[in-house]
Design a binder for this molecule. Structure first.
Ligand code: MN
Length: 404
């Protein structure tokens, strides 16, 4: 077991050393967001030109360091919009995505971007079956493309597509080749999302040790591990993470911006300095523009992430929100909700009525709760506040009759 594997295990009973001191810390990483490229490649998603510009502005405002704005070689609206984004005067760097083809890179140069991604597949299955080429062709293409981009004063991220299925020796050779050609970083692409965090950590550690090039993580969510794998890469020493808002992207999507930033802060204990209170707003806008709604249980930005119903949980929340929340809702632009329904307890009822200036005793709360549960089962849902008021009024009038 490596030191990293030990990091999240509580130090119960260990007296001879402080476990925290011997473990490597997560370092600061930079986010380059690809909502406008991989995000828009989600099957069926198209952003309007104005939407792309608004998303770019929001990404800049929230603290993204580099915006992957799209694919200039597509020409037309895509190229014109990337040119506009590059001319907005944002704090963020603006990057155009390219194949390892000089005329593609020329399209990026035409747009006035300051950075380019140059992508080529590195796994044998892609090289042979898709590209119908060989490894030497891959190395030569990258050398020529990087050389051309660097001569045009661009920051260059070389994208190793399907890196997770490449032979490690070739991936290292590819990384060294990119570095020698002048690339600024290497994008490690788990293109079809088939690594776990332990495998990711091992491969990325090796890649960094053998090449010394800056690594960027590009992880997909096919097995639900995109964010975990991005973090594993960071723990192995990667310095950039490529994300999308809401985890939008090809198939099951990419590592979500909001998840990577908040996990880095609360699991990795490193604050990347983002305006996280804008996360819900950003999420809502991208959901609207992509016509892909955000599930209410979506990590970090789902509206139910701070909703509590069950008696024990709600009671804990009322006493101290830290009992059942990893961070406070305001931090990501959400609000806390106490939901009254089948699983509620007496303390939730008292707290809910207290919000409306009505004080009920514990005994009253229990009697109201019986009615609440009955109604919730009949309706198969939680209750609206208005329905609670009706239940309370009914209860009061019955009680009055009973006293008379
Ligand atoms: Mn991708």
């Amino acid at each position: 077991m490596s030191n990293n594997d030990l990091k999240d295990i509580p130090n119960n009973g260990l007296k001879d050393f402080d476990i925290k001191e011997v473990l490597p810390k997560i370092h600061k990483v930079m986010i380059d967001d690809t909502t406008l490229r991989d995000g828009e490649q989600t099957a069926g998603v198209v952003f309007a030109n104005e939407e792309k510009i608004r998303i770019a502005k929001l990404l800049d405002a929230v603290g993204v360091r580099q915006i992957e704005a799209g694919v200039p070689a597509m020409g037309g609206d895509e190229k014109a919009t990337i040119k506009k984004i590059a001319g907005l005067g944002l704090n963020a760097s603006v990057l155009g995505w390219n194949r390892a083809v000089l005329k593609d890179i020329q399209h990026s140069i035409d747009c006035g971007v300051d950075a380019v991604a140059i992508s080529v597949a590195v796994s044998d299955i892609h090289i042979k079956n898709k590209l119908k080429k060989d490894r030497q062709w891959v190395l030569d293409s990258i050398s020529k493309a990087v050389d051309f981009a660097k001569k045009n004063n661009l920051y260059v991220s070389v994208n190793a597509e399907d890196a997770s299925r490449a032979e490690l020796d070739f991936l290292i050779e590819f990384g060294l080749n990119a570095k020698e050609a002048g690339a600024d970083r290497l994008r490690f692409c788990d293109t079809i999302g088939l690594l776990d965090p332990f495998q990711t950590h091992r491969i990325v550690s090796n890649l960094i040790k053998e090449t010394g090039i800056d690594i960027e993580m590009h992880t997909h969510n096919d097995f639900g591990m995109a964010t975990a794998n991005a973090l594993a890469g960071v723990k192995a020493g990667a310095t950039w993470v490529n994300t999308t808002v809401n985890g939008l992207g090809e198939r099951a999507g990419n590592a979500a911006l909001e998840e990577v930033v908040m996990a880095t802060k609360y699991i990795g204990k490193v604050d990347l300095g983002f305006k996280t209170e804008m996360f819900r707003e950003l999420s809502e806008y991208v959901a609207l523009a992509s016509a892909r709604s955000v599930p209410i249980w979506k990590a970090i930005v789902g509206t139910n992430v701070f909703a509590h119903e069950s008696g024990i949980h709600a009671d804990g929340i009322i006493k101290d929100p830290k009992t059942y929340e990893a961070f406070s809702p305001e931090e990501v632009g959400l609000t806390r909700q106490l939901v009254i329904g089948k699983h509620s307890g007496g303390n939730s009822i008292r707290s809910k009525f207290h919000e409306y200036g009505i004080e009920v005793t514990s005994e009253e709360a229990q009697e109201i709760l019986t009615e609440v549960r009955k109604t919730a089962v009949e309706l198969k849902r939680a209750l609206f506040d208005k329905e609670l008021v009706y239940i309370y009024k009914d209860y009061k009038s019955r009680h009055k009759r009973h006293l008379n």
